[in-house]
Design a protein around this ligand. Structure first.
Ligand SMILES: *[C@@H]1O[C@H](CO)[C@@H](O)[C@H](O)[C@H]1NC(C)=O
Ligand SMILES: *[C@@H]1O[C@H](CO)[C@@H](O)[C@H](O)[C@H]1NC(C)=O
Ligand SMILES: *[C@@H]1O[C@H](CO)[C@@H](O)[C@H](O)[C@H]1NC(C)=O
Ligand SMILES: *[C@@H]1O[C@H](CO)[C@@H](O)[C@H](O)[C@H]1NC(C)=O
Ligand SMILES: *[C@@H]1O[C@H](CO)[C@@H](O)[C@H](O)[C@H]1NC(C)=O
Ligand SMILES: *[C@@H]1O[C@H](CO)[C@@H](O)[C@H](O)[C@H]1NC(C)=O
Ligand SMILES: *[C@@H]1O[C@H](CO)[C@@H](O)[C@H](O)[C@H]1NC(C)=O
Ligand SMILES: *[C@@H]1O[C@H](CO)[C@@H](O)[C@H](O)[C@H]1NC(C)=O
Ligand SMILES: *[C@@H]1O[C@H](CO)[C@@H](O)[C@H](O)[C@H]1NC(C)=O
Ligand SMILES: *[C@@H]1O[C@H](CO)[C@@H](O)[C@H](O)[C@H]1NC(C)=O
Ligand SMILES: *[C@@H]1O[C@H](CO)[C@@H](O)[C@H](O)[C@H]1NC(C)=O
Ligand SMILES: *[C@@H]1O[C@H](CO)[C@@H](O)[C@H](O)[C@H]1NC(C)=O
Length: 747
């Protein structure tokens, strides 16, 4: 009996260690599991450590990942956390003849070299659930999987990855008539011309994920007739990121009225979306984003009474914002209202509508109208959209004042008005927005003093008011209750920051930019308590002081530090080497003395335009990408070696204005008795390959996340949350991403 249970429900879930049913372990199954374990060559987190033949490990029903007396095998991996299994799936699993549930998702079990999903899995005839998602299989998906005639869930998808596995024909799917959930996202189906036919044979299907599959065209009359008639249970359809590139009205989706979730992001459908869409009243989530601004909305979406999320990012071909708002779901009940509306990058024009034109949208929590061509003021009555949590009007041509008043937008957590032409002061009423976490007003024409009411925003984590004309003094009061602040950017405002020399801030910043504000003449002492800094820019802040002793020890996480264009004198910290710093900018100060050993992780060091002297130190920084030394008094022979040669090719001015430097690549010969020659010869040569840095460092995670980036490249949180260090990484990978996104876009 126990053998049956064991064979019938066998789940290898990481979280399942606490499973309590203790049934006797059957040797046959135990051996199969041990053979499976032997196929695993890497288990960094020791997840299979309990899988032992003897020594208390004999009862395989108690093994970690084996659940419900071993009736299910669920060993979901977590490669992000380093807990994924590495190896191949052992054919021994076939002995678990009555296995119903097998989840090996997110492990590196594709074998080495990576192979296709194993054909023998088709022999696990009792399987109802098979999840191999996130395993980087390569090659043809075996049609043998079609033998799993009881299967209800099949997931072979990989998120955010290039297509490695493929299926050139899908007729095998038809042998799994009970299939409810099918996910083949990122499996290359470009040769599977029969795919709509195969799908049509799955009448029980409720969820179909075919994102990033390079789907061949399916815009024929036949499918427009057949599929809506056959797929009567389909609720979720994800065809995103397939370059369908045909007229929207030719798609077969519009008559499937059971759909609740429809994702057509990045499908490049164009032309008028047929009016049938308005009749798909079950829809709750509709994503038509990134279709290249060539689509035209149907006359109305007023019938989509259950719609909660509408994403039209980069989906429309311009239009009048007020008129578009009138076409959104109208006659809905108060419990079912549109909650999230994304309309950025649509070239929409005209002024924002008054509240009386938005009465049907009072359920909105997210309103994103960024990157359009909206003009005129923000109507104060819009503040009556009291349920709004996130409002993004950035990158438009809005003018006038920031609307304010008690009760105006009172529940907002995120307000983004950056890159407009807003004028006037930041209203004192900002203090009423107690739930605000993100306030982003950069790049406007705001003027006057910054109200100290900002200091009441106890939940504020992100504040960017840079690039305005704000003046006056920022005092301790402005920061009074900002205990959660992690990011602040006040740069490029004629502001003066004046806090007591003993002041201890209530917050611990991670990123701060005070560039071009006045902070000096003393080096601001409060910075030393900000131990979480990863990025700090205090360039051009009028500091006329020495570098403090604590600079090299106070910031264990500091990656980017810019102190350039001040009047800092004295020497560099002797223990500069101890800093975690990656980018250090000290140019245009009055620093003197020798250059100490450089931090090992440094990638960019700019100490140009100072009075630094002596020889170059031994360079032991394998990641160095840029070393700017010009206009100093550095002396001695320039060390030979590929690392500095490469840097010189990119920055031929890096040594200029140091008359004491000699040797190639400079034309100055070193005289034979030059004492500093020795120093130069000491400098270590390193094997350095900038490509391997750029790629080795970034590519892994870039590959893993490129789709995310493609999305975020233009989207909400990305724009909101990062400047500074992240921006720099962003720049480096931007080109790569744009190319990848484009390549993807072309299918
Ligand atoms: C398969 O596993 C992944 C990750 O563990 C999960 O996100 C996904 O929803 C699962 N698929 C199905 C069909 O349950
Ligand atoms: C499973 O399917 C393959 C091809 O689809 C077939 O050749 C094989 O005989 C089947 N195996 C079993 C055990 O039915
Ligand atoms: C779905 O379409 C196929 C023809 O491709 C047909 O054989 C099958 O009976 C249809 N199923 C249903 C449930 O209508
Ligand atoms: C939807 O179905 C109706 C009736 O079968 C048909 O006339 C219409 O052309 C279909 N619409 C689309 C977009 O396929
Ligand atoms: C905004 O309008 C200007 C002039 O009318 C035009 O040049 C620009 O491309 C438009 N921008 C967008 C994002 O549509
Ligand atoms: C918006 O709310 C204000 C009070 O804050 C109220 O006076 C005004 O009438 C409201 N506007 C509309 C159009 O409901
Ligand atoms: C918006 O502002 C930009 C930059 O000033 C300008 O080029 C563009 O013509 C403006 N668009 C409209 C519609 O006013
Ligand atoms: C601030 O955040 C906390 C938890 O994140 C929340 O409980 C509290 O209500 C927020 N304060 C305001 C004024 O929204
Ligand atoms: C820095 O301060 C000294 C005196 O403390 C003063 O002589 C000098 O002019 C100041 N430098 C600048 C650039 O303000
Ligand atoms: C240098 O970088 C590595 C890897 O990013 C990190 O483990 C190490 O702690 C860093 N060294 C210092 C001194 O911060
Ligand atoms: C440097 O030395 C080389 C030979 O060692 C000589 O040909 C060249 O003229 C010298 N250049 C200068 C600027 O002295
Ligand atoms: C700080 O702000 C200035 C101006 O806004 C910008 O140029 C600079 O790149 C920012 N610094 C960092 C480290 O991001």
């Amino acid at each position: 009996m126990s053998a049956r249970r064991l064979a019938a429900t066998f789940l290898l879930a990481a979280a399942a260690a606490a499973a309590t049913l203790s049934l006797a372990c059957v040797p046959e199954e135990r051996d199969a599991l041990l053979a499976f374990r032997d196929g695993v060559t890497g288990d960094p987190a020791g997840r299979l450590a309990t899988w032992r033949r003897r020594g208390g490990g004999g009862d395989c029903c108690r093994w970690r990942g084996v659940r419900r007396g071993g009736a299910e095998l669920d060993d979901r991996g977590y490669y992000a956390g380093g807990a994924a299994l590495v190896g191949a799936i052992s054919p021994a699993l076939l002995s678990l003849r009555r296995l119903r549930h097998l989840d090996l998702s997110r492990n590196y079990l594709q074998g080495s070299p990576p192979g296709p999903p194993p054909a023998f899995l088709g022999g696990l005839a009792s399987l109802r659930y098979l999840n191999l998602s996130g395993i980087y299989f390569s090659g043809e998906v075996p049609p043998h999987l079609g033998n799993l005639s009881s299967l209800r869930y099949l997931d072979l998808s990989t998120d955010f990855s290039p297509q490695l596995a493929r299926s050139s024909e899908l007729s095998w799917l038809a042998r799994m008539p009970s299939l409810r959930h099918l996910s083949l996202s990122s499996v290359d189906l470009s040769s599977a011309r029969d795919w709509p036919l195969a799908i049509a044979m799955l009448p029980s299907l409720t969820a179909l994920h075919l994102s990033s599959c390079s789907l061949p065209s399916s815009s024929t009359q036949q499918w427009r007739r057949l599929l809506p008639r056959n797929l009567t249970n389909l609720k979720l359809l994800d065809l995103s990121m397939n370059h369908l590139d045909h007229r929207a009205e030719l798609a077969w989706i519009w008559n499937i009225t059971s759909l609740t979730d429809l994702n057509l992001m990045g499908t490049h459908l164009h032309g008028q979306i047929p009016d049938e869409l308005d009749a798909m009243a079950s829809l709750q989530v509709l994503d038509l984003s990134y279709n290249g601004n060539r689509a035209t909305m149907p006359r109305s979406l007023r019938g989509l009474c259950n719609l909660r999320v509408l994403d039209l990012d980069s989906a429309l071909d311009g239009g009048d914002i007020g008129e578009l708002m009138q076409r959104l779901p109208q006659q809905c009940s108060s419990s079912n209202m549109l909650q999230e509306l994304y309309l950025p990058n649509n070239g929409m024009t005209r002024t924002l509508p008054d509240y009386d034109k938005l009465m049907h949208l009072t359920g909105l929590r997210v309103l994103d109208l960024s990157y359009n061509n909206l003009t005129g003021p923000i109507p104060r009555s819009m503040g009556n959209l009291s349920g709004l949590d996130i409002l993004d009007l950035s990158f438009n041509n809005l003018t006038g004042l920031i609307p304010a008043g008690e009760g105006c937008f009172a529940g907002l957590s995120t307000l983004v008005l950056s890159e407009n032409f807003l004028t006037g002061q930041i209203p004192e009423e900002i203090g009423y927005l107690g739930s605000l976490t993100t306030l982003d007003l950069y790049g406007n024409h705001l003027s006057g003093h910054v109200p100290s009411e900002i200091g009441k925003l106890a939940n504020l984590t992100y504040l960017d008011i840079s690039r305005n004309d704000l003046d006056g003094v920022i005092t301790e009061e402005h920061f009074a209750r900002l205990a959660r602040l992690t990011t602040i950017d006040l740069s490029l405002n004629p502001l003066k920051i004046e806090v007591g020399s003993e002041w201890k801030p209530p917050f611990s910043l991670e990123k701060a930019n005070f560039s071009h504000c006045a902070m000096g003449p003393l080096f601001p002492a409060w910075l030393q308590w900000q131990v979480d800094f990863s990025c700090l820019d205090i360039s051009s802040t009028g500091i006329n002081d020495t570098l403090p002793d604590w600079l090299s020890i106070a910031f264990p996480k500091m990656a980017v530090l810019d102190i350039s264009e001040n009047s800092i004198y004295g020497g560099l910290p002797a223990n500069l080497e101890a800093m975690s710093i990656q980018e250090l900018y000290l140019s245009s100060n009055q620093l003197t003395g020798h250059i100490p050993k450089l931090p090992r992780n440094i990638t960019i060091l700019d100490i140009s335009i100072n009075s630094l002297s002596g020889p170059l130190p031994k360079i032991q920084s394998p990641k160095l990408l840029s070393l700017i030394l010009f206009s100093n008094h550095i002396t001695g022979r320039i060390p030979s070696g590929s690392q500095l040669d490469t840097l010189y090719e990119e920055h031929p001015y890096m040594y200029s204005g140091n008359s004491g430097l000699c040797g190639p690549p400079l034309r100055e010969n070193c005289s034979a008795n030059d004492a500093s020659k020795l120093d130069g010869q000491e400098i270590a040569e390193r094997d350095f390959d900038p490509m391997s840095f750029g790629f080795g460092h970034c590519l892994g995670f870039v590959f893993g996340l490129w789709v995310v980036f493609c999305v975020l490249l233009f989207k909400k949180s990305w724009r909101l949350c990062y400047f500074c260090f992240i921006d720099r990484i962003y720049d480096q990978i931007y080109v790569f991403l744009v190319l990848t996104c484009k390549r993807f876009g072309r299918g």
